[in-house]
Design a protein around this ligand. Sequence first.
Ligand code: MN
Length: 235
Amino acid sequence: MTSYVFPAHDIVGLPVAGTTERFPVRRVYCVGRNYAAHAREMGFDPEREPPFFFCKPNDASAVVAVAPDQVGDLPYPQATANLHYECELVVAIGKGGSDIAVADAPQHVFGYAVGLDMTRRDLQFTMRDAGRPWEIGKAFDYSAPVGLIHRAADAGDIGHAAITLEVDGAVRQSATIAHLIWSVAETIATLSTLFRLEPGDLIFSGTPEGVGAVVRGQTLVGKIDGLSVLSVKMV
Ligand code: MN
């Protein structure tokens, strides 16, 4: 048996609806600017700027709330004065592969969840404007909370589901998954040309328009039809 110089870190395991088994997270991939109206609000022309990918550490997806009647505590991160929410459909990969065809992509999906791509917008823009990597704006602790994962067969017509984000009860983001520039299948196909996908990978598929800042004490509620609500309070 392998021994380590200090205790090995726990596997990040997310709850799955209808079972006590957990989904072991391997990697967290994210798509940038995958809704046209959000690309425009960030100052880009979605017709000329195709979506692209970035990553977060897998432990950023730590569980904070797993049931619609639970509100998880989400720590407000250090080093920012402009923390933004981005509500997103999260795709949980169940079967690995490289160069996956669009038509085959659905076979690689284990399920779906609601996620929040939390963003230190001030740091992201500082790095973006300097032509530097986004990590300090995107890949901080607790930056990728994910709700209960639902198996794809139980999630209904996720490609046309409504997606909303409320802050203290006021709707701030409202769109449908059909507004994605790259569909879930196209995203999987493209991502798999860059990285070999493996079971346990998560893909944050991008956020619709209406992103904005949150402060300590506010409650975020992310909803996608067919999936469990994700509710978190900034602490
Ligand atoms: Mn995002």
